[in-house]
Write a protein that binds this ligand. Structure first.
Ligand code: ATP
Ligand code: MG
Length: 584
């Protein structure tokens, strides 16, 4: 491609709308332009990268035995009523009504459509297992679309679905996809982790997220330094006190009420009473389906609402109570709630409370707390469970090793769905004995645009993007420094033709711009290998080559450039391949 013919509208300045590096660089290097909140145009360079990522995804899906299909964006509401997600999906579901008054949604994911297809076409155990995937535009009316392609309302996703006749087959499909995902993100040149994850509104029993490690990530990950445990913080298990951490003997003191004027926060109460947050129990009032409930966690812990929702039976909304509900449920104002004397509402407590004696709680009365409160003697807990977020004081739930914490961008997600959709939508097959059985499903998603954004988050410097070779829009950028010098422009053209003959993807900067502008744009758009044709070296018959991620310049004689470039690219690919082998 000739730069002069391509639409690459680079920007010198940081666009005000961008909050994170990848968003800013995508706008500055002319990859994307915003059309509406969370809705983007892809320009030629950006679209080439998307196609590269899609190609890697396709190759790995085919290798893993999945077949490509293409399902409609427009999905009839009837299917979504069958799965009960028409209501459960809430406002994120983009809904439209046709001229006949029939309701449709724009697919945010395709479990319903694929389950409908497979239940119609697959009858016998002989037709299973089957694994189908597509790469398609998805729609989600995100409450806060942001960070460019990271969280869009219209975005490209690879979604795949497996159907098996028994649990062992479903497990095999899951492992195949897990492996394929590892290969995909490694091939994209990303530093990532597969972590245990909550299944969210798609439902199901078991899942892993693929996280690209980056400071700007919206997710938090805990990983063990000693074993291979890694988990999204939403899911990370907290174990209760071990036997040797339980309080010993009869050491309970008498409960006492104290004045704590205006002290509501854990910090203020601790400072006022001269105690530590670990000696205090927070009582949080939540509302589930209109009814209040109390959740108790230690003062230095935070309630994990996802764990709470799962404990209460899955999809239901759980919200923090407002002031009037707190007054109604506890008899006191917020900031002074406590479990002693609470009536008519269930009390759930985090496991860590089992290790506590003589703790501080709110007195359910303004400006008062209770000291030396004890479990069972002063109040009863209805249910103990893991209800909090893990902290850096916790140990690995598997091996008690030390935990590390990182930020991550979720680029892919694999779920074991079990029979969630096959039961609600009656997707059955006949087994060897002619009996009807439910198909066992899995589903597997990758955000293509989010992967591209994550790649930039990990691969950039102050001058611009540094594309990993496998997903770069072009492999080589030829930069003839002065187009008005015929030797220079002629040599540039010759190299351009030669490289194209070699099947290498080349961008020739044939613009009549100043060298400064050309070098700045080359750094900004970040094509991996730059071939610079300058007057001085050309006089000696030489051309300069440089990887975008290195300062080293390689000089080579004009007649050997094509072969040299090919070798350099092959070398880079070999290094990436051996790295891939070592990871997997
Ligand atoms: P998140 O927690 O970030 O909202 P999700 O759990 O809703 O993600 P899935 O339903 O598992 O995501 O979708 C599969 C993949 O699609 C995700 O791993 C992510 O890469 C991508 N994805 C999801 N939502 C968006 C979005 N709004 N914009 C861009 N990509 C998205
Ligand atoms: Mg989401």
């Amino acid at each position: 491609m000739r730069y002069s013919r391509m639409l690459i509208p680079t920007l010198r300045e940081d666009p005000g709308e961008a909050e994170i590096v990848s968003h800013c660089l995508m706008l500055r290097s002319g990859l994307i332009r915003k059309l509406a909140a969370g809705v983007y145009n892809f320009l030629p360079l950006g679209w080439r990268v998307m196609k590269k990522i899609e190609q890697i995804v396709r190759e790995e899906m085919e290798l893993a035995g999945a077949q490509e299909v293409f399902l409609p964006v427009l999905c009839p509401s009837e299917l979504w009523h069958e799965s009960a997600r028409w209501d459960a999906y809430g406002k994120e579901l983009m809904r439209i009504t046709d001229r006949h008054g029939r309701d449709f949604c724009l697919g945010p994911t395709h479990e319903e459509v694929i389950t409908d297809l497979v239940r119609r076409e697959v009858r016998s155990y002989r037709q299973l297992p089957i694994n189908l995937y597509q790469i398609q535009t998805k729609f989600r009316d995100e409450i806060r679309p942001r960070f460019g392609l990271m969280r869009g309302r219209e975005f490209m996703m690879k979604d795949g679905y497996s159907f098996d006749r028994h649990e062992a087959g479903a497990q095999r499909a899951y492992s195949m996809m897990y492996k394929a995902y590892n290969r995909i993100f490694a091939r994209c040149g990303l530093d990532f982790r597969a972590v245990e994850a909550d299944s969210g509104p798609i439902g199901g029993s078991f899942s892993h997220e693929f996280m690209v490690l980056a400071e700007s990530g919206e997710d938090s990950i805990a990983s063990c330094t000693e074993c291979d445990y890694a988990s999204n913080l939403e899911k990370a298990e907290c174990v209760g006190p071990r036997m040797n951490e339980l309080p010993e003997g009869p050491c309970m003191k008498d409960m006492a009420e104290v004045e704590t004027p205006g002290r509501k926060s854990v910090e203020d109460v601790c400072e006022f009473l001269g105690c530590r947050p670990e000696q205090l129990v927070k009582t949080m009032i939540f509302i589930q389906e209109g009814k209040p409930l109390a959740v108790l966690v230690r003062g230095d812990h935070e309630v994990n609402e996802i764990k709470l929702k799962n404990l209460l039976g899955g999809v239901s909304e759980v919200i923090l109570a407002d002031e009037s509900t707190i007054e109604y449920a506890t008899g006191g104002p917020s900031g002074f709630s406590g479990p002693v004397g609470l009536k008519g509402l269930p009390i759930l407590a985090d496991l860590s409370l089992k290790g506590m004696v003589n703790f501080v709680v709110g007195a359910n009365e303004a400006d008062k707390h209770l000291l030396n409160v004890n479990l069972d003697r002063d109040f009863k807990v209805d249910r103990y469970a893991d209800l909090r977020y893990i902290t850096d004081k916790d140990k690995c739930p598997r091996c008690s090793g030390i935990l590390n914490f990182h930020r991550g961008i979720e680029v892919g997600h694999v779920f074991k769905l079990g029979t969630k959709y096959s039961k609600s939508m009656k997707a059955v097959f006949l087994d060897e004995d002619g009996r009807e059985q439910y198909m066992i499903m899995g589903c597997y998603g990758i955000g293509i645009g989010r992967t591209m954004a994550a790649a930039i988050e990990q691969n950039h410097d102050e001058d611009g993007i540094i594309w990993p070779l496998p997903i770069a829009p072009f492999q080589v950028h030829i930069l003839p420094v002065n187009m008005d010098n015929e030797d220079v422009s002629g040599a540039g053209e010759e190299i351009y033709q030669d490289l194209q003959k070699e099947g290498i993807e080349v961008l020739l900067d044939d613009r009549d711009e100043s060298p400064g502008i050309k070098f700045k744009d080359a750094d900004l758009i970040g094509i991996p290998l730059r071939v610079t044709v300058g007057i001085k070296s050309l006089r000696e018959g030489m051309v300069e080559m440089k990887w975008r991620d290195s300062k080293d310049v390689v000089r080579e004689g004009l007649p050997h450039i094509a072969a040299k470039v090919r070798n350099m690219i092959e070398d880079k690919k070999r290094t990436a391949d051996s790295k891939l082998e070592s990871i997997l």
